[in-house]
Design a protein around this ligand. Structure first.
Ligand code: DON
Length: 558
């Protein structure tokens, strides 16, 4: 298949969920996603005899239709798979790439100032989409049903329209001005120039046609055919720099997931160009040194924050696209590295981020979507997909219905200058032609002695800390429900403060943490949209939960 240049597979699969004689098959199947229509599309495919990978295609394609602000055909994402048949874990990297004409200083003016709006709105903000190639790859290598069957529900919903909810209203309100700057986009997604009230029907005939063509041509029309030409014209007309070659040359990459053990449980997560797995693992390796079960709640939060601070520090220093830079992966993932990094953690006093080793000192030692699926054979999918901020770049090239991402803002456009999530980076994540921007998306599996969890969430830089908080909840015996409910707090090295969701800490907890020297900032609202599926290996019992902060749906079928 033209899109897929598969790397040496044997190197890219990692031995996975240990199956022993006491493991039984799941007693049914489950899907948890950010939208009820997408969950229903996945369940329908599983009922029709499809496997978890077929269902993943149906869910991802449906989310592209019903959550046009979150993810889509004009974006990218990561699919973490567990293949029960050979007990392997596979990571499909369908992340966007920078176009060939991109350069390190493309968002700087003559004085070297960062022109933030250019990396967020309009054609220049958009990377080359990986989602269609990702879906084709899933279908050709892992699916059981026809690609067109898996895409059918999404196409129907694009044609017949879907009803908007409160979340749609919030996202469209956030980008009303930008959408109104692109008349085609405003016509599709706004109601006479305003964010539609819940209950408004959004029709997407052109997207339906694009999805049909992708399904019928295995992606060819999108990357090399009629859609490709329209996409490039639309990007050039809105200030961008794409060429037809950029689309024709796009390939998904198969990568080895990153793994660690935490007190006997196995963690499997996203490798670079995601920072998620490495930061998660570094934090867990640090935390494994402490017995969190005997700590008070506040001491536990303090230690988790110190682990986050150090993981996110290393994100800023070392992480970027592994095809462009050397990442000391083995070192960052090792227990001995965590021991060294943890040495200066005080159990009573907050560290100061800028007093940690400075970046590049070479010392040793707001929208997106996630869904989780299990099928009755024990195949698992954790997928986090994105067009970056709500409605991406705001651009919908004429005749395509495709919302283009603004994932270019995930690069470090200028050294140590925060991106839209306040993340800073040194050189490792600078812009270069065909490079993938560093991501925080963290689709993850956890396997303890007797249970498995599939988890992930959107949330920009806060994705990794949310996955960490939920992982710790699972590791201390929590279930799917308590994993999605768990209160969220976050530290990303810089700014040097704990950010916590509205109502996340009591007054006394806040003053206790202040007493240890932490700065705290309460978010104006809650955040994240975690989707979890769990499986008890001995009884086969499965459970699923969708974040109560969102409008998603978790369905278990026996
Ligand atoms: O890849 C990343 O890290 C970001 N583009 C994810 C953006 C996101 O989660 C926005 N959601 N609220």
């Amino acid at each position: 298949m033209f899109i897929l240049r598969v790397l040496c597979c044997s190197l890219l699969l990692t031995a996975a969920m240990a199956v022993d004689s006491e493991t039984s098959h799941p007693d049914g199947f489950a899907v948890s996603s950010a939208h009820p229509q997408a969950t229903r599309a996945g369940i329908k495919i599983l009922k029709a005899g499809g496997n978890a990978f077929d269902a993943a295609i149906a869910v991802a394609a449906t989310l592209a239709v019903v959550e046009p602000y979150s993810s889509g055909i004009g974006g990218g994402g990561f699919f973490l798979l567990h293949v029960a048949e050979d007990d392997s874990n596979v990571f499909i990297d369908a992340r966007e790439t920078a176009p060939k004409a991109a350069s390190a200083d493309m968002y700087l003016d003559d004085e070297g100032e960062f022109l933030r709006s250019k990396s967020l709105t309009g054609g220049l903000a958009a990377g080359i989409p990986g989602m269609p190639a990702g879906l084709v790859y899933l279908s050709e290598n892992f699916g059981r049903l026809e690609f067109t069957t898996n895409m059918a529900e999404a196409i129907r919903l694009a044609k017949e329209g879907f009803l908007t909810g409160k979340r749609y209203n919030a996202m469209a309100s956030y980008r009303t001005e930008d959408l109104n700057n692109f008349p085609g986009s405003a016509e599709l997604f706004l109601d006479n120039g305003f964010a539609p009230k819940p209950g408004f029907r959004v029709f997407q005939q052109e997207l339906a046609r694009t999805l049909e063509l992708i399904a019928q041509t295995n992606g060819h029309a999108f990357y090399k055919g009629e859609i490709a030409k329209r996409l490039v014209s639309g990007v050039l007309a809105t200030g961008g720099i794409w060429s037809l070659d950029d689309l024709a040359d796009y390939t998904v990459k198969l990568r080895s997931p990153v793994t660690t053990t935490y007190r006997g449980s196995k963690i499997v997560s996203a490798p670079p160009p995601s920072s998620g797995g490495i930061v998660l693992i570094e934090a867990l390796n640090i935390l494994e040194r402490y017995d969190l079960s005997v700590e008070t709640d506040i001491d536990r939060v303090h230690l988790v924050v110190e682990a986050m601070r150090r993981g996110y520090r290393d994100r800023a220093d070392f992480l970027g696209d592994p095809d462009f830079i050397n990442i000391p992966l083995e070192r960052l993932l090792s227990k001995s590295y965590a021991d060294g990094v943890a040495e200066n953690i005080s159990t009573t006093k907050a560290s100061v981020s800028l007093e940690l080793a400075p970046l590049e000192s070479k010392v040793e030692g707001r929208d997106t979507t996630h869904f989780s699926i299990i099928d009755a054979e024990g195949n698992l999918v954790a997928a986090t997909l994105s067009i970056n901020t709500p409605f991406g770049s705001g651009v919908v090239p004429k005749g395509t219905g495709v919302v283009l991402n603004n994932e270019m803002d995930d690069f470090s456009a200028r050294r140590m200058t925060p991106n839209t999530y306040g993340l800073v980076g040194a050189g490792a994540n600078s812009i270069a032609p065909r490079k993938r921007p560093l991501s925080s998306m963290t689709p993850t599996f956890i396997e303890s002695n007797d249970r498995v969890a599939i988890l992930g969430t959107p949330g920009g830089s806060r994705i990794i800390s949310m996955v960490l908080v939920s992982a710790l909840e699972f590791l201390r015996g929590g279930d799917a429900e308590s994993m999605v409910v768990a209160k969220r707090y976050h530290h990303q090295y810089l700014p040097d403060q704990i950010n916590y969701e509205k109502g996340g800490f009591t007054m006394s907890e806040v003053s206790n943490l202040r007493g240890k020297g932490h700065q705290l900032k309460e978010s104006s609202r809650n955040y994240g949209n975690m989707q979890v599926v769990t499986w008890e290996k001995k009884s086969g019992k499965i459970a699923a939960a969708s974040d109560p902060r969102g409008e998603g749906q978790a369905t278990v079928e026996k």
